[in-house]
Design a binder for this molecule. Sequence first.
Ligand code: 0X9
Ligand code: ZN
Length: 793
Amino acid sequence: MRVGPVHTQKMLPTLALAIFQLQSASAAAPSFAPSFAPILANGHASAQVVEPAASPTPEFHDGRSVLRATVRTARDVRTVLTLAADVLNHRIDVGPVDFIVDAKARAAFAKTGIPHEVLIEDLGPLLRAEFAARANRVEFRAGAGAGEGGGEGGVAGGTYFNDFRTLAETYAQLDAWIAARPDLVTPFVIGTSLEGRPIRGIRISKAPAGSPGVLFNATQHAREWGAQTTSMYIADQLIERYGTDPRVTALLDRAWIDVIPVCNPDGYVWSWTVDRLWRKNRRLNSDGTSGVDLNRNWAFQWGGGGASTVPNDPTYRGPSPFSEPESAALRDYFIAQTNLAGHIDFHAYSQLILSPWGYTTELPANNAAFIALGNDMKDAIARTSGLSYTVGPIASTLYIASGSSVDHAWGQHGVPSYTIEVRDTGSYGFVMPTGEIVPNASENFAAALELADATVDGAVIRLPGGAPVSVEYDVPATITAEVRAIRGNLAANGVVLRARVGSSGSFSEIPMTAGTPGIFTATLPTAACGATIEWYLTATTTVGTARLPEASGTVFTTELVESSIAFEDTFETNLGWVVGAAGDNATAGLWTRVDPIGTTAQPENDSSDAGVLCFVTGQGAVGGAAGSADVDGGTTTLVSPALDASDASATISYRRWYSNNLGGAPNADSMPVSISSDGINWVLLEDVTQNAGAWVERSFRVADYVTPGASVRVRFQARDLATGSLVEAGVDFVRVSSSACPSQPGDLDGDGDVDAADLATLLAGWGSAGATDLDGDGTTGASDLAILLGNWG
Ligand code: 0X9
Ligand code: ZN
């Protein structure tokens, strides 16, 4: 905060204390030995929390406002940075940025002509209310299985995650886990804060000594409470699920997971007791102001761009690398953990998954692997909650920031490392409603598992198109996977599809072929109509073997079917699609059924179905600019006619085009696609993001989302919500199909009877797998002939 005199005065009561603690901290023996035996003598870390001697007057930021500006140029960005007391959200390159100003800076900003709105007129009343709401809270009594019962709380009990927790409550919860599960949970302390508070963590593991492991830490920035609850929830769920959830069990049997929920305990306590919006640690700086930004204080590329030299600034880098005991404690942790395989540093807010580098817009050599794993985490989040997080390297997604944890982890130690900025995107910001704690944490728990599995085994495996639920039984189906080493290297021929017909017997190994770098393909075996293929993928690296699905023993199942098409729409005539729905507010680029005129954002041709027409969001002009016919101002909705999807096996498929990577705020929007059985209640099928410039076909089994029925509808919502993003979408070739196999096993040509033609087909397939392998035992032989003859006629 930039308000000099007022602030300096407020610092005074703690001055003597801070100096005292500075001395005692440097005199005390470090509690963290390089060999990493940081467990307190009695094996239990008793939280000795030093509370400030005098309670300082709370800071409510009275008279300060929160503005949301639309920055358009680097000059606008500089103006915001100069006038802002504190920047609150991200993407400050271009597009919207939220920041705090005092009255004087607000007046100065108004004169700049930069478009903006006032989000909060006066922070004072809001922060006073927030403070008052917490004043009467009853201290949470930690307990493992403490009897609160049920709910989402796992072993922390049913109510732990109903609210944010103080440092003391958080540490008490660690103690409860340690006491309840000494076989699984081990405490450690990585160091001591300036004011003498232990920086505690727990290790959750059943793995043998020498196994690799992963670190999840949070709250380098004091006010980011939603990050803190995320890290605690990850610990909670790992402990709770060990022994029942096969994926978690397998993970903890081969790796350790460390969780350090509060890396900045002094700042965290300050954010609870004095200033809810406090970010830095509680260093008393040489000029009398307070705080060093711990996430600008790491040594790797310390002192570069995006870190301030001004002590009062929110991003003050400190006088020297690792000048702060809190960041130095993490440095020592990274030095000691020679088997550290992966890392997430949780922050808030903006819903971003950020990879190195932060100090430069240049990309790390393995950027493709970072993005692949980032997309994997993003997909896991979307599957959990439907929310869309944005993936990218820090400096080009967010802003340049040097001296941060992620760069140090990767640059200094070669540990794949991410910053995840959790919910939300600015409605509540740092003051997350308590009802969001569990939804936010559980989506990030899903992301954490993706990171852990991939980094422990060395590779990320993704199926960009998903695993097909069914394929035509007589056409070999291609499986396309993205596989990249995130640690170590992929072994030669190391990517393998393992498949079997039916649910018993051994899996045959089908090596996957490398095509475009990182993309591997193989075909599933064929078998009789109605058979089920079970399959999974493995990728062997120099550090382990990754698997998809992750939990050993689990498989994808793909049914071999003969589809019958109940509905097919190539959009050459209008079969009853409706443009527009209640709440639509797009001012341009509404859905229209045309032969598209392409731009760099919009397709020139419909998908490769019959005819030339499809739905797109606004018809372009020949030679038109990319942004001339895109969606503007809000949402435009396209709803299908009632589709007969009453068959239990009904599948709906469509081809969609989506482009949002151009314009002033690339990738800021998304297109939800939803399904409904009554036209009233909608369920998300997918939230399309970043599929720039291609027709992509997706198919979904209706029964997985809504009850199959005669009036199922599908809905596409193209929208331009983020200022300056350029959104174009298209829809084509919508089909509803259901599966039907010939009722007579042996009716290989599906003509309704079993006759000489079928016999000839079977004999031609003698000895091989495929459609003639009627019993699915992997070969066509006497048993299949017997089935065919048994159905003769
Ligand atoms: O600025 C930060 O430190 C992080 N954002 S926050 O709003 N939580 O303060 C982003 C850190 C991203 N990591 C790097 N810049 N390396
Ligand atoms: Zn942060």
